[in-house]
Design a protein around this ligand. Structure first.
Ligand code: KG4
Ligand code: ZN
Length: 350
């Protein structure tokens, strides 16, 4: 393939990442620096994140170029996450990309972070092409989409409060586990009994019908409150320690259950058994297993390795390649937008 050579930059949260991609999907170099500066605080501190991006970005790009065996002047375009995310963090990547695009006199492409997550599986899986139902689950978003073609995204449902990853992070914190909570909960859950505690499945009723407001929507804050109550009940008369693994497993099961059920509703209603799973929570083995099992024998779960499911520059370069191909080049006065709208997203009619 002889597509353009694209540099992809991701700095929207706490990963500083750069990738060199030969469009559309040949990854030549890819470096991800996960900031460990936040561990002490139990969550991402925006100011620290921005400063850490400034300190790392030159080195991260240099290493990605070196891995790809090329230099800046070989690049045909620079793609960068412009939002959504933390404004200070986003600005580091956007300013860097604008300076590079200007100096090289190459096109600048701004990318929506969640569209990048949507493209990530296609870097590893040639079958990850529309039409499919997509479940995008990250620390900031929970989106259920129907994707008839790249660039057209029908919004079926989304969270009304906490995102799925945010729920993992909050429950991990309650259980005294480190940030990010997802991997910690998953590790503890692998030693626990998922049936030990009956936790609620919010927004999941058997008599919901397509067209009902809550048919596809999610809510995770009630589930978190149920865990808060369970933890205080236990701690009122004994140590939490012996029950932590069972709580983690019961919580993970509740999240996987709700996400899987709602995704399967979309599979049925859209008569489309290809499901793309993206975003950091897609790294969760139990969720993958639950979805893959429900899709058997005719369906297909399209997802990437955990490395490409979590925030990374490769997915930004991949989504950038798509936007560039459509001639969507940003001007050099483009800026970061913490609330950037998902391009091509339309509310699906019931
Ligand atoms: O996509 P991502 O890297 O960053 C955002 O765009 O937010 O997702 C990070 C989220 C965090 O909330 C983290 O706890 C969660 O993904 N996560 C997981 C796992 N690995 C990361 N959640 C469940 N299980 C995992 N193995
Ligand atoms: Zn993300």
């Amino acid at each position: 393939m002889s597509g353009p050579l694209i540099l992809g930059l991701e700095t929207s949260c706490d990963e500083t990442s750069a990738a060199v991609l030969k469009a559309p999907d040949t990854l030549k170099g890819h470096v991800i620096y996960s900031q460990d500066e936040h561990a002490l605080y139990g969550g991402v501190v925006p100011e620290i994140a921005a400063r850490a991006h400034v300190q790392r970005i030159d080195d991260v790009v240099d290493r990605a170029l070196e891995e790809a065996g090329c230099v800046m002047s070989d690049l045909d375009a620079v793609a960068v996450t412009a939002g959504p995310g933390l404004i200070g963090a986003l600005l580091v990547g956007v300013c860097w990309a604008k300076a590079a695009a200007f100096a090289l006199q190459r096109p600048l492409v701004t990318v929506h972070h969640m569209e990048a997550h949507l493209f990530a599986p296609s870097l590893e899986n040639p079958e990850a092409v529309p039409p499919f139902v997509a479940l995008l689950v990250s620390g900031g978003h929970t989106l259920l989409l129907y994707v008839p073609e790249w660039g057209t995204y029908h919004l079926l449902g989304q969270t009304r409060d906490d995102a799925a990853g945010e729920a993992f992070d909050k429950v991990a914190r309650l259980l005294g586990m480190p940030y990010p909570g997802g991997p910690a909960i998953e590790a503890a859950a692998s030693r626990g009994d998922p049936a030990r505690f009956q936790l609620p499945r919010p927004m999941l009723r058997a008599n919901q019908r397509p067209g009902d407001d809550d048919f596809y929507d999610f809510s995770f804050s009630g589930l978190k409150t149920a865990v808060v109550n369970l933890v205080s009940e236990i701690e009122a008369d004994r140590s939490l320690d012996p029950d932590k693994e069972d709580i983690a497993a019961s919580f993970q099961e509740a999240v996987a259950d709700v996400l899987t059920e709602k995704t399967m509703r979309a599979v049925e209603e859209k008569d489309c058994a290809h499901v793309l799973l993206g975003g950091g929570v897609a790294a969760n083995g139990r969720l993958r297993e639950a979805l893959a099992k429900r899709l058997e024998p005719d369906g297909l779960l399209l997802t990437g390795s955990p490395r490409l499911s979590l925030d990374n520059g490769a997915m930004v370069a991949r989504a950038g390649a798509f936007r560039l191909e459509r001639g969507e080049v940003a001007s050099l006065d483009a800026s970061a937008d913490p609330n950037l709208a998902f391009p091509g997203l339309v509310k699906a009619s019931a």
